[in-house]
Design a binder for this molecule. Structure first.
Ligand SMILES: *Cc1c(COP(=O)(O)O)cnc(C)c1O
Length: 457
């Protein structure tokens, strides 16, 4: 088979600054070994997140110039609405400044204290917005989805048996909606099958509970269905996406992922009453319903991004480039969450740096080493992010896993950049037993990973 190439050529370039290992060591020390404290210009390959980091196309930049900045009824709004409706198929659409704004507005309208929201895995802002309303966020991903080393084509699936049991246990009136996150970001960027979507939808319909998608990576999910699920090989990603959405009643979306823009989001649904209330809340905090906190040009770029993201050449390259990194890390014996996700590889740092106990923060230690050795920025998803300090003993209570996420921005890096990342891993593999642990020197009371400081042990 021939190499799957980037299906674009480069017209505008952004230079990367080459700095040496000695300088990076100083910079990281000055940043107290927290990569959030680094200046982005000191990073060579930035794999911190795939959110809002995409490269826009020439057509999107052209749309930026064409954006209609009218306060009400802008042409760009109607373009975005048409595009969203042609893929999602729901009656109403509200633009928002990001995905979390759509979540906050939806949950403010539908949730009351004591209610429950089931999801395969809540993303952290989704969980926080559910809990902010005094409701409970329950994760019902299938058991296979919790075992990092296990290979399964649809590890993001929601356990239908557990959903039925939850509805029986809590009662239908406690559950105003069910959500499915595609792809399942918190569970390793793993897809959800059409069969599972249909099964969850059937349970929801039986109990008259609306089903919503957290649709941030819907195009990547549609492409995984095409690749892995029987009966979908000859369908286009657009046809598959439409079928996915036809089984639900609405969606929240961060346009910073699969709408290929740097800022934006939306909320879309069929329910007239909920929509009316959401529109009123939107006006209170985001803006008039035809711009929702965005500029007209942002709406126009989202409409164009949604047109491009379902292109099969793009999706083939996108999924292949993440799988490529996974394949080579596998050859180097680097353990990661299997199979490779749609937007990221999640390296199992606890397993790879097995000379470091969780209290010595193996994820943060690997993240630091990747920066020092190669200027690569990743993010720890482990004890730093999800562990805590025991208030009585002051000892670290570790998270269940210590992962390091390598998120791949869309259309930004070429295969040679990824080859470089693989080479840095190969160098680290030789000396991995020498990678030293880290300890907190400062931690804030919540969301500690953003501002914590560390020292090397
Ligand atoms: C990014 C993300 C969100 C939140 O979107 P923002 O645009 O960052 O506010 C919600 N759910 C999932 C699954 C995400 O990946």
């Amino acid at each position: 088979m021939r190499t799957i190439i980037e299906p674009f050529r480069i017209k505008a370039v952004e230079p990367l600054r080459m700095i040496d290992e000695a300088e990076r060591k100083e910079l990281l020390k000055a940043a107290h070994y927290n990569l959030f404290n680094l200046r982005a210009e000191h990073v060579l390959i930035d794999l911190l997140t795939d959110s809002g980091t995409a490269a826009m196309s020439q057509e999107q930049w052209a749309q930026i110039m064409r954006g209609d900045e009218s306060y009400a009824g802008a042409k760009s709004y109607y373009e975005m609405e048409d595009q969203v409706r042609s893929i999602f198929g729901y009656k109403h659409m509200l633009p928002t400044h990001q995905g979390r704004a759509a979540e906050r507005i939806l949950f403010s309208v539908v949730l009351r204290p004591g209610m429950v929201v089931p999801n395969n895995n809540h993303f952290d802002t989704t969980r926080a917005n559910v809990e902010y309303q005094g409701a409970e966020a329950v994760d019902l991903v299938i058991d296979e989805g919790k075992v990092p080393s296990l290979d399964h084509p649809f590890k993001g699936n929601l356990d239908v048996g557990k959903l039925e049991a939850l509805i029986r246990d809590k009662g239908r009136e406690k559950i105003p909606l069910v959500m499915i996150t595609v792809t399942n970001n918190s569970g390793g960027g793993q897809p959800v099958s059409m069969e599972n979507i249909k099964a969850v939808s059937a349970v929801c319909r039986k109990h008259h509970i609306p089903l919503f998608f957290d649709a941030c990576r819907f195009a990547e999910n549609a492409y995984f269905i095409k690749l892995r699920e029987k009966g979908y090989q000859d369908k286009t990603p657009l046809e598959i996406a439409r079928e996915m959405f036809s089984h639900a009643d609405g969606a929240t979306m961060s346009a910073k992922k699969d709408a290929l823009v740097n800022i934006g989001g939306f909320l879309t649904m069929n329910h007239d009453g909920w929509f009316q209330q959401c529109a009123n809340l939107l006006i209170l905090t985001e803006g008039f319903p035809t711009y929702g906190g965005l500029a007209g040009r942002d709406l126009a770029a989202i409409a164009q991004g949604l047109r491009e993201v379902l292109d099969e050449d793009y999706l083939c390259y996108r999924i292949a480039s993440v799988a490529y990194l996974g394949k080579h890390l596998e050859e180097l014996g680097v353990p990661f969450v299997k199979p490779a996700g749609g937007h990221a590889i999640f390296v199992d740092a606890r397993a790879w740096l097995d000379h470091l106990p969780p209290e010595q923060l193996p994820g943060q230690a690997l993240s630091a080493a990747l920066y020092e050795k190669g200027g690569i920025r990743s993010v720890e998803i482990g004890t730093v992010m999800f562990g805590h300090q025991d208030p009585k003993t002051g000892k670290e209570v570790p998270a269940t896993m210590d992962l390091v996420r390598l998120a791949i921005p869309r259309r930004v890096y070429t295969q040679s950049h990824i080859d470089y990342v693989i080479e840095v891993f190969a160098e680290l593999a030789k000396g991995r037993k020498k990678i030293r642990g880290l300890a907190f020197t400062y931690q804030p009371p919540f969301l500690r990973h953003f501002t914590a400081r560390f020292k090397r042990l």
